[in-house]
Design a protein around this ligand. Structure first.
Ligand code: ADP
Ligand code: MG
Length: 559
């Protein structure tokens, strides 16, 4: 049998294709299933305009069969099939995509569910198989053909027998070597897991013969093993359903099934965007902090699907760092994928989606703060520290997005308060937003400086988190009100008379203060009279921007 040869360059290209495009071998199954789904879609689209063709949904499926004895994995579909020419053109020419051509020919008929576009996915089969045999019979044809190849060396094309229309692809799975394991691609549980991971939302059934235990009919408490054909994909993704059809429990199930977390999410956000960029998304705000959340190991990101096929487990570009707690997925039809479909070209679409998602999350948090206070406080308990870092990082670039989401402990009943709430209940004569920093609320309340401000009837924000004061320094102001540490020199609460009295006291006791300053030289800058002490004889205060607490932290930070 004469072998048709690839041209020299194509040979190298194919080797490259097989060995270096994909980072994970398991995606070969995603590629073959996507092709099968495309093939069925093509019949579906043809039936839309061809009166002689009816599309009975139950006739269309993909079937996966593994046989350990012969080391074969077979993927069969009842799709449109390939003629001899198709086999030659689509599988014999690298980077030629019959599906892409179909899409452009059928633009008017809305072919946008078709997944294929690069004409390379098929060859990924050679990552796990020594021999790939494709037997296909095209729609409207009586003959079938067999295409067979061992990879880069070329392929053979011969007439074959096939009863029904469609394609059967047989992979002869490679033997295990010392470094590489291939047996897993013949294991039912493994194949099932791969299908679930990448192809769960392919819209046609993916069937497999599955061994299950069934109670024996004639004996109690005894089970027998039976083979049973099962559909293993869910087909209709929850995010394509209407929000009205879905209950909270549906979303929670999805969260658990996807293992986004082991807690119960505090909130879900279901987005169906139909504007400048079209996408569906389901986002979750978890209740509990993942154990590694505040470490370098934590990886932010959302699952990214293109047309129902998983492209990336964790697409980090979809979330800003300060919303890295968000879990969930995004599905879009119009992403520009790179050739391995593992990554995206950094394009406008993605940036638009990311921006959109950021605003949705921000909006959801704001409404949670307003309407579900208890839940919001739970959320803030878990992730608030990250929001404050968000204000501080990037030179305060994101403060507009974040300032309304912050909560601090207030001197009023030691409850959490937002800046908006604080400002809206400020007495008219209060000029500043006051805060006091310390290791604990207890210690802050014992600070002599706290007393005087509280005495004036002003509220104080208690900063017990190291990042609190840094975040506030970035904000500088909130609704035109400046932040003021209670330990700063001028608290802005002394009246003119107070000031004059202070000055008089200062000059009357000039020598005493100078002598005290001399004794404490190198420890304090100067000693002054103060009006703000009530039950304490003395207190430390700072001038300028850096409070005593911040100085402590700055000193403790590695340079
Ligand atoms: P892509 O799917 O990106 O087009 P592939 O390398 O996966 O690239 O497949 C190349 C082409 O081979 C497809 O475009 C399609 O025309 C054809 N093809 C592959 N698998 C099948 C199949 N199961 N049924 C019909 N045609 C197929
Ligand atoms: Mg393909």
């Amino acid at each position: 049998m004469a072998k048709k040869q690839f041209k020299a360059e194509s040979k190298r290209l194919l080797e490259m294709m097989i060995n270096s495009i994909y980072t994970q071998r398991e995606i070969f199954l995603r590629e073959l299933i996507s092709n099968a789904s495309d093939a069925i879609d093509k019949i579906y689209y043809k039936a839309l305009t061809d009166d002689n063709l009816t599309f009975n949904k139950e006739d269309y499926y993909v079937k996966i069969t593994a046989d350990k004895a012969s080391r074969t994995l077979t993927i069969t579909d009842t799709g449109i099939g390939m003629t001899k020419e198709d086999l030659e053109n689509n599988l014999g020419v690298i980077a030629k995509s019959g599906s892409l051509a179909f899409k452009s020919e059928n633009e008017a008929k809305d072919g946008h569910n078709i997944i294929g576009q690069f004409g390379v996915g098929f060859y990924s089969a050679f990552m796990v198989a020594d021999v790939v045999t494709v037997t296909s019979r095209a729609l409207g044809s009586d003959e079938a053909f067999k295409w067979e190849s061992e990879g880069a060396e070329g392929y053979t094309l011969t007439p074959a027998e096939k009863e029904s229309i469609g394609t059967e692809i047989v992979l002869k799975i490679k033997e295990n070597t010392e470094d590489d394991q291939y047996d897993e691609y013949l294991e039912e549980y493994r194949l099932r897991a791969i299908v679930k991971k990448y192809s769960d939302f392919i819209r046609y059934p993916i069937k497999m013969d599955v061994k299950t235990q069934r109670p024996k009919e004639d004996a109690e408490n005894e089970f027998e093993e039976v083979q049973e054909e099962q559909t293993i994909n869910s087909m209709v993704p929850i995010w394509r359903k209407n929000k009205g059809e879905l209950t909270d429990a549906d979303y929670e199930n999805f969260y658990n099934e996807k293992r986004y977390g082991f807690d119960k999410p505090l909130k879900h956000i279901h987005v169906k965007a139909d504007g400048a960029v079209v996408y569906n998304a389901i986002l979750f705000i978890p209740e509990n902090t993942p154990f590694d959340y505040y470490t370098k190991e934590y990886e932010k990101g959302l699952e990214l699907y293109s047309n129902g096929v998983l492209i990336m487990d964790k697409c980090g570009d979809l979330l800003p760092d300060y919303f890295s707690f968000v879990k969930g997925m995004v599905d879009s039809e119009d992403l520009s994928l790179n050739i391995s479909r593992e990554m995206l070209q950094h394009d406008r679409q993605l940036t638009l989606i990311a921006k959109n998602i950021k605003n949705k999350v921000k909006g959801a948090l704001q409404s949670m703060l307003k309407d579900e206070r208890e839940n919001y406080e739970k959320f803030f308990e878990s992730f608030g520290r990250g929001l404050k870092f968000g204000v501080y990082n990037d030179y305060g670039m994101n403060k507009e997005d974040l300032q309304d989401l912050l909560l601090f402990t207030s001197s009023q009943e030691k409850k959490l308060v937002s800046l908006d709430e604080y400002v809206s209940r400020m007495p008219e004569d209060q000029k500043y937003i006051y805060y006091a920093s310390g290791d604990s609320i207890d210690r802050i309340e014992k600070l002599p400086q706290t007393e005087m401000v509280l005495d004036k009837g002003y509220e104080i924000l208690y900063f017990t988190d190291d990042v609190d004061e840094f975040a506030i320094k970035m904000l500088m102001k909130y609704k035109e009100k400046e932040f003021k540490s209670v330990s700063s020199g001028d608290l802005g609460i002394d009246s003119e008379a107070d000031k004059q009295e202070n000055e008089a006291e200062e000059s009357d006791n000039k020598e005493l203060f100078e002598a005290m300053g001399g004794l404490l030289a190198g420890k304090v800058k100067s000693v002054k009279a103060s009006k703000r002490l009530k039950s304490h004889p003395v207190c430390l205060s700072t001038e300028g921007d850096v409070s005593i607490e911040m100085e402590k932290i700055l000193k403790a930070m590695p340079n």
